[in-house]
Every structure is written in structure tokens, then in C-alpha cells.
Design a protein around this ligand. Structure first.
Ligand code: PDD
Length: 286
């Protein structure tokens, strides 16, 4: 079946789905995006994803291209036309196309692109055995809290992880603290069973999965601490994991050359994965 993309008002076969060469997303990475999981044909965490989309647009003063009601209709139509039952939906919004010039062009219409595709379930081996991460310097700009399409540092980090045979790269700031992964948030569980993750300041993307995990962990009476943690602390932690839309909760058993805990997925991570999966699937909206 050929895939269909939504581009600025039209549903087009992928081969014909193009944006203009002067689109500011292409010229300046002047745009934002969201990735939303589709389960049983519905959306996981739709409301917080749209809320974050509006926050990202607002931070860059890009006007929403259409109302939320219209956006939701296009989201559903894109999923329907691609016959996605379990998969992911991408929404990309740029400031629009205009002759190349740094200042914002007056009166430009934002570009809106949506694509959807089926996604194979996570390799069960990753969950059984746990994943590995490497650490890389965090070379991103100072506002990774905005979900901008400027993902070159993330792509470079992920490529390094791939070359090292690792699942993800954890980015490390000037103070030696782990900010987050290249496409996921980073967590550890301390010897005192405290669940620790970087605070949602300008240094990380405040993951929608991160927020869901914080909520279910809080409701389960687990101890949560939002503070930076160092690479050394992570390597000495009892458990570690990552969270994202496409992964939910994935245990980490090795950081660079260091084995985390006993080298297999720990109790708390397993519990959080189960709690979050339940929470996510209950919250699916059609
Ligand atoms: N990535 N941090 C970064 C840098 C991310 O790119 C992502 C998401 C996350 C996790 O956010 P969420 O839980 O809302 O997915 C954290 C998406 C999935 C992507 O780029 O594919």
C-alpha cells in the first residue's frame, strides 16, 4: 500500500509529497514537531502532545496553521488513509516558505505536514535483557525544551550510538550531568530507591512520556526527585531507564563500559513500564 502524507491542505502519495525549497524549515530549521503514538487506531497522550506543540509554536512565535479541531481531524484522516493501527504520527509545522532572509517574513503562512506509519513492536529482547547507552557531549543549542526540527546534534549522537552498537546516546552537559537522550528522557534509580530525572528546565525536552511516568510513579507512592545527575552517579545507580513516545519505558543495563546494577532490568523499571503502559493505553483517544 502506498503511503499518504498531508502537506499544506492536500493528501498526497509520498513520492509527490514535497515542501518548497524556500521553506524555512529546510533553510533555517525554523519549525517544530510532535511525534504521537498510535495504538489500536487511537492516539496516546493526545492532549499533552498538542499542549506541548502549542508551547513550542508560542516560544518561536509561529502561528498555529489551523484550529485544534481541524488539526485533530487531519491527524485522524492521516492515520486512516495510511491504515495505521499501531504506529506513529509525525506533525511538523514550520514558519512557512518565503525568500531566504533571516528575519521573520511578514504575513507568511505556516507549513503543516503530517505523516503516519505502522511501527513494529519493540524487540522483546531489549525489554528482557535491557538496552545499552553511550555518553556523548550535549552540543545542542540552549533551548532543547522547544521541540524544534533542528535535530542535527541528536542525529550525530544517535549515529555514534549506532556505531557503538548501543541503543541510545545520553547527552552530557558542561557540568558532567546527563541531560537526556537524543530522542528520549534519561532516568536512574538510586540505592535509596529514589527515581531521579533531570528537571524540566530549558536543558531538556519535557517528554510527554516523562510526565506520564512521573504521574504513575507518584500515584504508586514511589519517591521521585527531579534533579540533575552525573554520569558517575548513573554508572553507580541501581537501575536506569529511558522514556519516549516510541519506547514507553526501556530498561538500561550498561552505560559506556559500566554495568548498571546487576546488569539486568530491575524491579522498579519493570513496574514503571507496566504502570505506564496501562496508563497510556487507557488514555487512548479516537
Ligand atoms: N523524541 N528528549 C528528546 C530530545 C526527544 O526527541 C524526545 C522524543 C524525548 C521524549 O519525549 P516524549 O516522551 O514526548 O516522546 C525526550 C521523539 C519520539 C522523536 O523525535 O522521535
Amino acid at each position: 500500500m502506498s503511503r499518504i502524507a498531508y502537506v499544506n491542505g492536500r493528501y498526497l502519495p509520498h513520492r509527490q509529497a514535497c515542501v518548497h525549497i524556500e521553506d524555512r524549515g529546510f533553510q533555517f530549521a525554523d519549525g517544530v514537531y510532535e511525534v504521537i503514538a498510535v495504538r489500536s487506531g487511537g492516539f496516546v497522550d493526545e492532549a499533552p502532545h498538542l499542549k506541548r506543540l502549542h508551547r513550542s509554536l508560542g516560544e518561536l512565535t509561529i502561528a498555529p496553521p489551523m484550529s485544534d479541531a481541524a488539526l485533530k481531524a487531519v491527524m485522524r484522516e492521516t492515520v486512516r488513509r495510511n491504515r495505521v493501527v499501531d504506529g506513529i504520527l509525525y506533525i511538523q509545522i514550520t514558519r512557512g516558505a518565503a525568500p531566504r532572509d533571516f528575519p521573520f517574513p511578514p504575513g507568511v503562512r505556516p507549513s503543516l505536514i503530517m505523516t503516519a506509519r505502522a511501527q513494529r513492536p519493540l524487540d522483546p529482547k531489549i525489554l528482557e535483557r535491557g538496552a545499552t547507552v553511550i555518553t556523548v557531549p550535549d552540543i545542542r543549542w540552549a533551548r532543547p525544551d522547544i521541540k524544534s526540527v533542528a535535530l542535527l546534534p541528536n542525529a550525530l549522537g544517535k549515529q555514534r550510538a549506532k556505531e557503538a552498537g548501543a541503543y541510545e546516546a545520553w547527552q552530557v552537559d558542561h557540568d558532567g550531568n546527563v541531560t537526556e537522550g537524543t530522542s528520549s528522557n534519561a532516568w536512574i534509580v538510586t540505592a535509596k530507591n529514589e527515581i531521579v530525572t533531570h528537571p524540566a528546565d530549558h536543558g531538556i525536552l519535557n517528554g510527554v512520556t516523562r510526565l506520564g511516568v512521573l504521574q504513575v510513579a507518584h500515584e504508586a507512592g514511589l519517591v521521585l526527585v527531579e534533579r540533575p545527575f552525573s554520569v558517575a552517579e548513573a554508572k553507580a545507580a541501581g537501575e536506569a531507564f529511558l522514556t519516549s513516545t516510541t519506547n514507553f519505558v526501556v530498561p538500561i543495563v550498561r552505560i559506556d563500559e559500566a554495568t548498571v546494577g546487576e546488569g539486568r532490568p530491575g524491579e522498579i523499571v519493570r513496574r514503571l513500564r507496566a504502570l505506564y503502559s496501562d496508563f497510556a493505553l487507557k488514555g487512548v483517544v479516537r
